[in-house]
Design a protein around this ligand. Structure first.
Ligand SMILES: Cc1ncc(COP(=O)(O)O)c(C=O)c1O
Length: 393
């Protein structure tokens, strides 16, 4: 089943229904990426250019398709791959093999879509946008026009996992811009994907309700650890299991969204309050960080970023996180490794130490501040005070 309105509207104004690209929903975002790769005919012998600062489930989908992931370093100022870093990896070893690239908009910061898409087209490389962090960010094209990210590539996948601004607990969706991919994604979605079982959907729905009722920022650390413990061991289907972090493809990987997830996704996509909240909170963080003398994040001129988390660099990341846990302050660790989390078997995903020095440095230095709707201005100020007291630069 498709969700016709599952598209972040540009400039807060709904597009005409017939202007929306076809949309397909999946149990998780990574399944959407896999669907696109399959539709593009990516498989053994092919290469896919992947950011060297990402969630392990991105290269996992590439490896599951039979292709190899070739890692592209990031620009330290934007946390995204730039045209130059894509070209470096491509020229160094993958020219003949690279069939597709993954264009990730990390933390909700737009990558330089216009330049990268134009180069990729000229080299016959398919562009798959990773909008897992960026359902509403905009980028500026070569003519100075603003567009919502996800419009520029051949196809795009989104995630609605717990930590994402439009969350259905677990989940993801795909939009297709290149008509040549449409039949392939459609066929994968309808023929190769199973519907989740009643037990799986009910367990997920129960977790969503529980989170809605109990979550407060001060409980972040208390909830994150038990959740990781049960899901990593595969006791409950969660964000990722230990076996997936070892590179194994779960036997029930190919799954569609449940009716519950689709219902929630439609409601959450229609509710634009989160974007306004995020933009307000961004201003509070900017001002408070400046006041505390901490370097704040500056958007590249082609990005109107709607941040999912606010990134800052510190020299003592592990210490700050340990203290945040002790004092019950919600501070995030994304990404703690070029293939996050650092416990993943990066060699199984084709990553070798030294492949992406800037991705590795960001993994050691970047912490992120929460932007979700349970954080108000007063809490944001307290979080910045905490960072000012504990972080070193
Ligand atoms: C940048 C990025 N891409 C893809 C994914 C995978 O999304 P999902 O967990 O829905 O498969 C994540 C997960 O957090 C992510 O951070």
């Amino acid at each position: 089943m498709t969700v016709s309105s599952a598209r972040a509207p540009a400039n807060g104004v709904d597009r005409a229904a017939d202007a929306e690209p076809p949309t397909f929903t999946f149990w998780k975002g990574r399944v959407g990426l896999f669907a696109i790769l399959k539709a593009a005919g990516v498989g053994p012998g092919d290469g896919v250019l992947v950011p060297g600062y990402t969630c392990a489930m991105v290269p996992a989908a590439v490896v599951h398709s039979g292709a190899s992931a070739f890692y592209v370093d990031i620009d330290p100022a934007t946390y995204n791959c730039s045209l130059e870093t894509f070209q470096q990896t491509w020229a160094r070893k993958t020219k003949r093999l690279a069939k597709a690239l993954v264009l990730q908009h990390t933390f909700g910061i737009a990558a330089d879509v216009a330049r990268i898409v134009s180069w990729a087209k000229s080299e016959g490389i398919m562009v798959i946008e990773d909008c897992a962090h960026a359902p509403a960010t905009k980028y500026r094209d070569a003519d100075g026009q603003w567009h919502t990210v996800g419009d520029g590539g051949d196809a795009t996948f989104f995630s609605s996992q717990w930590s994402k601004p439009i969350s259905t607990g677990l989940g993801g969706w795909v939009t297709v811009n290149n008509p040549s991919l449409l039949d392939g994604v459609k066929a994968f979605h309808s023929r190769e994907c199973a519907a989740p079982s009643v037990l799986e959907s009910s367990l997920l729905a129960a977790q969503v309700v529980l989170k809605e009722l109990t979550f407060r920022p001060s409980l972040y650390w208390a909830l994150v650890r038990p959740y990781r413990w049960v899901t990593r061991r595969g006791l409950v289907d969660g964000t990722v299991s230990d076996r997936e972090l070892q590179g194994e493809m779960p036997c029930d990987f190919a799954k569609r969204m449940s009716a519950f997830q689709e219902w929630l996704l439609k409601r959450r996509l229609a509710d634009k309050r989160w974007e306004a909240h995020t933009r307000r909170l961004r201003k509070v963080y900017d001002e408070e960080l400046q006041r505390a003398g901490i370097p704040n994040f500056c958007d590249p001129d082609y990005s109107d970023s709607v941040l999912v988390r606010y990134p800052i660099r510190v020299a003592n990341k592990d210490e700050v996180l340990a203290e945040a846990r002790r004092r019950h302050v919600e501070i995030g660790e994304w990404f703690n490794h070029p293939i996050h989390p650092r416990e993943s078997n990066s060699a199984a995903f084709g990553y070798h130490p030294g492949n992406c020095p800037e991705g590795e440095r960001a993994g050691r230095e970047v912490i992120n501040l929460p932007m979700h709707r349970r954080i108000d201005a007063a809490q944001a100020k307290r979080i910045v005070n905490f960072v000012a007291q504990t972080a070193k630069w």
